[in-house]
Design a protein around this ligand. Structure first.
Ligand code: PBG
Ligand code: ZN
Length: 322
């Protein structure tokens, strides 16, 4: 036999030497839920290890993450007043704006703050845009979403991440930011976001479940890989700095295909349902958490993601899983 692939699998040294894909904690982005109020640290039951924080307690938790090298966070707001037009998403002192200001005051440029931009935690019907006659109307929603992005950027966010899936929102956000001299605030577009059952635990956490119908008139149909490429291309054309695919695990074919079709950095979002499945099975002793989490991280890297948004981020660095 001439070819014996097992030669290069003989021991850890040769396996590490010939590994084709590397993983580094710099790739990780950790999501946080910020809730209006004070002194809150409330566990989210369907996402073990994840909590709601008020801005004051968030600071302490972010500091702990920073000590372990988690310096990129994604903020979600909750607890604001819910109205048909979701105006509390962009009125002056939102909980997200407060959190950004407090984080920047404490950690300056040591923390890179990304904010989720979407109306679903602020509309009374829980939809990601503004409803007219039972339909989420695109252009009025985009206007509100752009205003929301502006308030985050003005508060000091480094990057805004629209997750609403309205048409044209990346372009509108870029325009409003530039007009306000915020040309250095970056945009990470939730470009290919599928209408997915994997968001279930998140909707409980963010109190953002749609009160009627579903999100299928704006989020993507998971049967459509070509349309997915088109969505990403549009965001790139409108000025997105980073493209994202969401969810991650069931959509690695999409990540891989997008990697071959764009020069932009690529992120994937390892979403709440994917996290909860691992946590639940690990709690039952049905699989080994550390092994499965790291196998998943390498799968994201292998598919072509340079950035990984994951609720596992803190466990990975704090428990030394790398
Ligand atoms: C809001 C938003 C959602 C997620 C991120 N931003 C929920 C949704 O679209 O219903 C999901 C994140 C997760 O499941 O971890 N548009
Ligand atoms: Zn939304």
């Amino acid at each position: 036999m001439i070819y014996r692939p097992r030669r290069l699998r003989k021991n850890p040294i040769v396996r590490d030497m010939t590994a084709e894909v590397r993983f580094h904690p710099d790739m990780l982005i950790y999501p946080h839920f910020v809730e209006k109020g004070k002194n809150i640290k409330e566990p989210i039951s369907s996402m073990p290890g994840i909590h709601h924080f008020s801005p004051d307690t968030l600071i302490k938790d972010v500091e702990k993450g920073l000590k372990n090298g988690i310096n990129k966070i994604l903020l979600f707001g909750s607890g604001e007043e819910k109205t048909p037009e979701g105006k509390s998403a962009y009125t002056k002192d939102t909980v997200v704006a407060q959190a950004i200001k407090l984080l920047k005051k404490n950690f300056k440029e040591d923390i890179y703050i990304i904010t989720d931009v979407c109306l679903c935690a602020y509309t009374d019907d829980g939809h990601c845009g503004i409803i007219h006659d039972g339909y989420v109307e695109n252009d009025v929603s985009v206007e509100a979403i752009a205003k929301m992005a502006l308030t985050h950027a003005q508060a000091g966010a480094d990057m805004v991440a629209p997750s609403d899936m309205m048409d044209g929102r990346v372009g509108s956000i870029r325009e409003i930011l530039d007009k306000n001299k915020l040309e250095n605030t970056a945009i990470m577009a939730y470009s290919i976001k599928f209408a997915s059952a994997y968001y279930g635990p998140f909707r409980e956490a963010a109190d953002s479940a749609p009160q009627f119908g579903d999100r299928k008139s704006y989020q993507m149909d998971f049967r459509n890989p070509n349309e997915a490429m088109r969505e990403a291309f549009l965001d790139e054309t409108e000025g997105a700095d980073v493209l994202m695919v969401k969810p991650a695990l069931a959509y690695l074919d999409i990540v891989n295909r997008l990697r071959a079709n764009t020069q932009l950095p690529l992120a994937c979002y390892n979403v709440s349902g994917e996290y909860s499945m691992v946590k639940a099975a690990a709690a039952k002793g049905w699989l080994d958490e550390r092994s499965i989490v790291m196998e998943n991280m390498y799968a994201f890297a292998r598919a072509g993601c340079g950035l990984i948004i994951t609720y596992h981020a803190r466990d990975i660095v704090e428990k030394g899983w790398t």
